[in-house]
Design a binder for this molecule. Structure first.
Ligand code: PEP
Ligand code: MG
Length: 747
C-alpha cells in the first residue's frame, strides 16, 4: 500500500481516537467522525447508518447529505445500496450509484447529485452493526487502497459501537447488549428455566483498537504469535498420535499459526493504525462473516478453527484469561458455542439451563443435559456474541427459544408457562405410584433410560419401574482413558444398589458412529453410522466386551443380571455374543466368583434386517428392545444426526408404525418380551400409538414418564386402534393428524 495512504490512515485513526476520548455525547461523536472521514478521504459525503432493529437501518450521522434526514431516513435490510451492503456484508464500490443494481433514491437526503458510492459493512465478529458510506460528485471508483483504509476505519467504528461510544437517543443508538433479544434454536432437552447468563468462555474485550506505534504493535503481534505457535506445538506433543480428530484440528491451528497470508493481513492492519488485538479481531470478523456464507462442512470447520485460534491469540495479547474474576450467578444458564460431555458434567446440576450456538440434538452433551434434566437449546445462532455474563435470560425448552434480557410482557408470559409446567409436574407426581393402565384395562410398563450415576435418583422420583436401557458407553465417553475393570465393577455395583432390586438392562458398549471414544483410534470410515460400531466392534475385539461382561457379572454378585447387545443385525451376531457371555460366566465360576442369581440376555432391534430374522432367533433371545432412534434412521434412510432430514419422516408415518406392529406380532407369536427404548417412547402421542400397536413396555427419559403415563391412563387403546385403522383405510401418510384430532375430541 502506498506510504502516503498508510500514514493518512494512521492520522485519521489518531483523530478518531481523540474523538473517542472527548467527552462528547454519542451523536456529537458520530457527527465529528463523519466530518473527519469525509475530510480525510477527500469526499463530499460520509454517512453512518446503524441498525435500529434486526431488519432496519437508520441514517445516524452524515457530513454532506441533508441534516434533516438524520434519524428519519431508514431502509430495510437489502433495500437500496446501503441495505445491500448490510445484507450481504460486502462492499459496494461504484462510480455511478444511480445506475448500480439495487439503487434506491432517497429524496430527503439530497444524494442525487453524488455519483460515486463506497459502502463498507460495519461488523464485529461476523455480526453486522451498520454501514459506513462515502460519496462524491465526481464519478470515480475508489482505489483498492482507499477501500482498505475505510475497512480499517469501519473496524474501529465497530469496536467503538461495541464499547458504547455512540449511545444516544433512539433505537439505532441504544446501548449494545442492553436490548431484549430472542434466539430461536432447536430443542435439545425440554423444560423451562429462568436465570442469569454464565459464559463458558468469556468474551475478550478490546479496549484499545487504535495504536500510535506500528513498529511496537507489530512486535507485540509477532511475540504473541510465537507464543501461540509454541503452545500449539505443545498441545500436539501432548495429543500424540492418538486422536485423529484432535490432531486434525491442531494441524489446522498450526497451519494458520504459520500462515503467511494471515500474518501479512494483520501486519497491514497494524501499519494502517490498528492495535495488534484490533488487527486480530478484524481478521476474525472477516472469517466469521465468511463462515456465515459457506455451506461446505470442511471449510466451515477450518474457519471455525481459525476463530478458535484468534480467540487464543486475543487472550495472549490482552492478558484476559478464561478466569475473569466474575462470579457465577446463583441461577446460571450456561451459554457456549459448544461444550463436551465431560465439561458439562463438571458444571453438573447447578446449571439451570444451557444454550449452545452449535451442538446437536444427538450429541453427548445433549445426552448429559438430558440425564441431568437441564433444559437445552442448540443452534441458537449469535447468542455468544450478544449475551453478557449476568444478563437475565429465559430458556424455553418447549419451543426451543432463548429470551435474552426479556421485557416485562415476555417475563410474565414465561413465568405463567413455568407455573403451568410446575402444575403439570404436580399432576404427574400425584400419579407417580400408580400404574399406566389404560381405560380399557391394558397395563403398559414404563421404564427409564439412563447412562450416568446422576440418572439414578430419577428412578424413585419419576416412578419408573426399572431401567429399560442403561447406556454403558457414556461412562467410557466422558473419560480420557479406558476405565479399568475394577472401576466398572464398582460403578455397576453402585447402579444396582441404587436400583434397589428394580431391573436394570445393561446395554454393552455401543461405540462407533457418533460415539467415538476419545482414547480409541478412530477409524476412517466413509459412513460411520453404517460402519464398524456396537456389537461389530464387540465381536471383533472380544477383549473389551469380555472385560465388560466380567465387570457386570462381578457387580451383580449374586443379584439378577440383565444384559443387552446393541445393533444386532443378524441372528449369528447374537448367538456369538451369547456364546461369549456363556464362556465368561463359566470362567468366572472357575475363578470362584459368585454368579448372578439369574441372567437374561437380550438384543436391541435397531436394523430392519433383524425384524425378518428366523423364528429361532425370536425363540432364543430372552427379550428384545426396539432401538427406535437407529431403527427409524435405517428404515427411512435418514441420518438421525442430520438436522436437514431428521424431521422429514414422522414416527407416526403409517409405514413405520406398521413395521413396529409386525415386530410386536412376531414377538407375540414366540412369546418374546419386547419393549421400545428409543427417544420416541417418551413422546406421549407416539407412546400411545406404540401401545395401540401392542407394545406393553416402553423405556424413556425419566422426565417423560409422567406425561406418557398421564395420557395412557386417559385413553382407550381400542379406540386409538380404530382411529389408526381409519387413517390407514383413508391412505393417509401419517396417523398423527387423525390421532391428534381424536385426542382434541377427548378434551
Ligand atoms: C436407539 O437407537 O433407539 C437407542 C436407544 O440407542 P442409541 O440412541 O443409544 O443409539
Ligand atoms: Mg441405537
Amino acid at each position: 500500500m502506498a506510504e502516503r495512504l498508510e500514514s493518512e490512515s494512521r492520522k485519521l485513526l489518531g483523530r478518531l481516537r481523540d474523538a473517542m476520548a472527548g467527552l462528547a455525547a454519542g451523536q456529537e461523536r458520530l457527527d465529528e467522525i463523519t466530518s473527519l472521514i469525509a475530510d480525510s478521504m477527500d469526499c463530499e459525503v460520509c454517512s453512518i447508518y446503524l441498525f435500529r432493529d434486526a431488519e432496519t437501518l437508520e441514517l445516524c450521522a452524515t457530513k454532506g447529505l441533508n441534516k434533516e434526514a438524520v434519524h428519519k431516513t431508514r431502509m430495510k435490510l437489502g433495500e437500496g445500496l446501503v441495505g445491500r451492503v448490510a445484507k450481504r456484508r460486502a462492499i459496494v464500490n461504484t462510480p455511478d450509484a444511480p445506475q448500480a443494481k439495487g439503487f434506491r433514491y432517497m429524496p430527503e437526503t439530497g444524494e442525487e447529485v453524488f455519483s460515486s458510492f463506497l459502502g463498507i459493512p460495519i461488523q464485529r465478529l461476523g455480526e453486522a452493526l451498520g454501514v459506513l458510506v462515502v460519496q462524491s460528485r465526481a464519478a470515480r471508483e475508489f482505489s483498492a487502497d482507499e477501500v482498505y483504509a475505510l475497512e480499517v476505519v469501519a473496524m474501529v467504528l465497530a469496536e467503538m459501537t461495541e464499547l458504547g461510544a455512540f449511545v444516544g437517543e433512539g433505537a439505532a443508538m441504544s446501548a449494545r447488549h442492553s436490548q431484549p433479544a430472542m434466539f430461536p434454536g432447536t430443542v435439545g432437552q425440554e423444560g423451562a428455566a429462568e436465570g442469569h447468563v454464565w459464559l463458558h468462555e468469556p468474551r475478550v474485550v478490546v479496549t484499545n483498537p487504535i495504536a500510535d506505534d506500528p513498529v511496537r504493535e507489530a512486535e507485540r503481534l509477532g511475540e504473541a504469535v510465537e507464543e501461540l505457535r509454541v503452545g500449539v506445538d505443545k498441545m500436539m506433543q501432548i495429543a500424540g498420535g492418538q486422536d485423529k480428530d484432535q490432531r486434525q484440528v491442531l494441524e489446522a491451528y498450526r497451519m494458520f499459526a504459520n500462515s503467511k497470508g494471515w500474518m501479512r493481513r494483520m501486519q497491514e492492519d497494524i501499519s494502517n493504525g490498528l492495535s495488534a488485538e484490533a488487527a486480530v479481531e478484524k481478521e476474525q470478523s472477516t472469517a466469521r462473516a465468511r463462515m456465515s456464507q459457506i455451506t461446505d462442512g470442511y471449510l466451515r470447520e477450518r474457519l471455525s478453527d481459525l476463530d478458535d485460534l484468534s480467540n487464543r491469540l486475543l487472550r495472549i495479547l490482552t492478558g484476559q484469561g478464561a478466569d475473569t474474576g466474575a462470579e457465577m450467578p446463583a441461577d446460571p444458564i450456561l451459554i457456549a458455542r459448544n461444550i463436551g460431555p465431560a465439561e458439562l458434567l463438571e458444571y453438573g446440576r447447578k446449571l439451570k439451563g444451557i444454550v449452545l450456538e452449535e451442538g446437536s440434538v444427538g450429541s453427548h452433551a445433549a445426552v448429559v443435559a438430558r440425564a441431568l434434566a437441564i433444559p437445552l437449546i442448540v443452534h441458537a445462532q449469535r447468542i455468544t456474541t450478544e449475551a453478557l455474563n449476568g444478563d437475565h435470560i429465559m430458556v424455553d425448552g418447549e419451543q426451543g427459544i432463548a429470551h435474552l434480557r426479556p421485557d416485562e410482557s415476555v417475563v410474565s408470559a414465561f413465568r405463567d408457562k413455568i407455573a403451568m409446567l410446575a402444575a403439570a409436574q404436580e399432576r404427574y407426581a400425584s400419579i407417580r405410584d400408580k400404574s399406566a393402565i389404560t381405560q380399557d384395562g391394558c397395563t403398559v410398563t414404563l421404564h427409564m433410560n439412563a447412562g450416568l450415576m446422576a440418572d439414578l435418583p430419577s428412578l424413585v422420583s419419576s416412578g419408573a419401574e426399572g431401567v429399560g436401557l442403561f447406556r454403558t458407553e457414556l461412562q467410557f465417553l466422558v473419560r480420557n482413558q479406558m476405565p479399568r475393570r475394577s472401576e466398572l465393577v464398582a460403578l455397576y455395583d453402585r447402579v444396582l444398589d441404587a436400583a434397589q432390586g428394580k431391573r436394570v438392562v445393561f446395554r454393552t458398549l455401543d461405540i462407533g458412529s457418533d460415539k467415538v471414544l476419545p482414547y480409541m483410534k478412530p477409524n476412517d470410515e466413509p459412513n460411520p453410522a453404517l460402519g464398524w460400531r456396537a456389537i461389530r466392534v464387540g465381536l471383533d475385539k472380544p477383549g473389551i466386551m469380555r472385560m465388560q461382561l466380567q465387570a457386570l457379572i462381578r457387580a451383580a454378585n449374586g443379584r439378577p443380571l440383565t444384559v443387552m447387545f446393541p445393533f444386532v443385525a443378524q441372528m449369528e451376531e447374537y448367538t456369538e455374543a451369547r456364546r461369549l457371555m456363556d464362556k465368561t460366566v463359566a470362567a468366572e465360576a472357575r475363578l470362584g466368583h459368585v454368579l448372578p442369581e439369574t441372567i437374561e440376555i437380550g438384543a436391541m432391534l435397531e436394523t430392519p434386517s433383524l425384524a425378518f430374522a428366523p423364528n429361532k432367533f425370536f425363540e432364543d433371545v430372552d427379550f428384545l428392545s426396539i432401538g427406535g432412534n437407529d431403527l427409524k434412521q435405517f428404515f427411512f434412510a435418514a441420518d438421525r444426526e442430520n438436522e436437514r432430514v431428521r424431521r422429514r419422516y414422522d414416527t407416526l408415518n403409517i409405514s413405520f408404525l406398521t413395521f413396529v406392529e409386525r415386530i410386536v406380532e412376531r414377538c407375540d407369536a414366540t412369546g418374546t418380551p419386547v419393549s421400545f427404548c428409543g427417544e420416541d417412547a417418551g413422546r406421549p402421542v407416539e407412546a400411545l400409538c406404540f401401545a395401540a400397536m401392542g407394545l406393553r413396555c416402553l423405556s424413556m427419559r425419566p422426565a417423560s414418564i409422567g406425561p406418557v403415563k398421564n395420557l395412557l391412563r386417559r385413553c382407550d387403546l381400542g379406540e386409538v386402534r380404530k382411529v389408526i385403522a381409519g387413517s390407514r383405510h383413508r391412505g393417509e401418510m401419517s396417523v398423527r393428524p387423525a390421532v391428534m384430532e381424536w385426542l382434541r375430541g377427548q378434551g
